[in-house]
Design a binder for this molecule. Structure first.
Ligand code: NAI
Length: 426
């Protein structure tokens, strides 16, 4: 791993020389945040592949991508300057996280910036299903005026059952209660009920109690097939099911049968066991053509507001990492949260000597810290702050030291065999 591209001797790397390449049409809010921080930002419309990806990676200090650009070990091998990867989305499967971590390259994402968007869509579906709104709209588009109250219900006073009371589930809880619904929830972990929501002791209890069940669990081996024919059989006659979580959670054949037979009153489904990889591709499902079933193409979290929030969140994490060394929110390296280095005495006058901050990724084996301390003390510097976090394989330590000569400090640290990557800020 080359560190030659890190901070050049005797000067902190100028911000306008830090090149950030944002691909895949990352929302402009993130680019603005990074430009305002003084970085050199290049924005590209499409995903990066092949030579274009290799070229961008070779040049960039930060790569910003969404879900389509794949960053594997080979890409990282050609990215000697790369300090961080920003995934401007919720998922990080498109990056080889282990390979990035082993090279001291943190990967940041925005897991919760689209929470409210999913919650709002879910609530809109609760009402739309109770009013059979999509069927009625479909008939109007087909030229049929069918004015009737048949099958239409208010949601006020109905029971909303939330499976998975995490970020999204708890937001749905607040919104559902605001509409006059009674809220029950089931979670494998103990969760604080919001408002008057009530925890159910089992999934079966929730299914038997709720007029509409909405799923907000992650895709895990235990949630795979969580709702099948047996669970649907426990639901109230005419109840509704909403799946805006993951396609693996529901048996769609069983769901389609239940709605066709009238056992369930309707369903809204945003996620499917198999989803097309690109917009415009064809899609088939047993749920197509079933009355009072709302189908959407995995857009629960897809709003302009969510895109802007994601973009700002990831850009903010990148700025903090480059300027301060903070890895809070990184998914593949130890998380260290730090105060702004300016608080530690960046000079009141332009030429005042500043304390140095050493950012050091290393292999997590015994003895590395004592080697680091020996190098620092050989430079005549005193350690004023030390923040260490480790995972099984990687250690990340941030050391604030008295002002000293950066060149021998960097040379000494790079000479430690366990060093993966280091930078010094001052
Ligand atoms: P979260 O991690 O905050 O909450 C998930 C909750 O589910 C946790 O409280 C967890 O304890 C609980 N849980 C896990 N296994 C369970 C089980 N077997 N039974 C009951 N509860 C269980 O996640 P968040 O942010 O609320 O998102 C939930 C899911 O929504 C995500 O994992 C993702 O799959 C999906 N999602 C869908 C989007 C869309 O566009 N449709 C967008 C964003 C997220």
């Amino acid at each position: 791993m080359s560190q030659a591209s890190m901070t050049p001797a005797r000067t902190s790397f100028p911000k306008d020389k830090i090149r950030i390449v944002l691909a895949e049409g990352v929302h402009e809010a993130g680019a603005k945040r990074l430009i305002d921080a003084g970085f050199d930002v290049v924005t590209l419309g499409g995903a990066l592949t092949g030579d274009a990806l290799a070229e961008a990676a070779a040049d960039a200090h930060v790569l910003g991508i969404r879900s389509k650009t794949q960053i594997d070990g080979a890409t990282l091998d050609g990215a000697s300057r790369l300090l961080a990867v920003g995934c401007f989305c919720a998922g990080t499967n498109q990056v080889d996280l282990g390979a990035a971590g082993a090279r001291g390259v943190p990967v940041f994402n925005a897991p919760f910036s689209n929470t409210r968007s999913v919650a709002e869509m879910t609530i809109s579906e609760v009402i739309a299903l109770h009013r059979r709104m999509f069927d009625r709209s479909g008939k109007m588009h087909a030229g049929v005026w069918e004015k009737s109250a048949a099958g239409s219900h208010e949601v006020r006073g109905k029971t909303l059952g939330i499976v998975g009371y995490g970020h999204i589930g708890s937001q749905v809880s607040v919104l559902g209660e605001a509409m006059g619904m009674g809220v029950v929830y089931y979670d494998v972990e103990a969760k604080l009920p919001l408002g008057n929501a009530r925890a159910c002791g089992s999934l079966a209890e929730l299914l038997e109690t709720s007029d509409v069940v909405t799923l907000h669990v992650p895709a895990t081996p235990t949630t795979s097939g969580l709702i099948g024919a047996r669970e649907i059989g426990r639901m109230k006659q005419g109840a509704m099911l909403i799946n805006n979580a993951r396609g693996s959670v529901v048996d769609v054949d069983a769901l389609a049968d239940a709605v066709k037979s009238g056992r369930l009153g309707g369903a809204a489904v945003d996620v499917f066991p198999e989803e097309p990889s690109r917009s415009g591709q064809s899609f088939t499902s047993p749920l197509q053509g079933v009355p009072n079933v709302i189908l959407t193409p995995h857009v629960g979290g897809s709003t302009i507001e969510a895109q802007a929030a994601i973009s700002e969140e990831v850009a903010g994490k990148i700025v903090r990492f480059i300027n301060e060394g903070t890895t809070l929110g990184a998914v593949n390296v130890p998380q260290v949260d730090l105060p702004d280095q300016s608080d530690a005495g960046r000079g009141a006058t332009p030429d005042a000597r500043r304390p140095h901050r050493i950012l050091h990724f290393h292999r997590n084996v015994p003895g590395v810290m004592s080697k680091l301390h020996a190098v620092i003390s050989s430079c005549g510097a005193n350690v004023t702050g030390e923040h260490l976090r480790t995972t099984a394989d990687i250690g990340y330590v941030v050391l604030d030291v008295d002002p000293t000569d950066a060149a021998p400090l960097l040379d000494g640290i790079r000479g430690i065999p366990e060093t993966i990557r280091t930078r010094v800020l001052w």
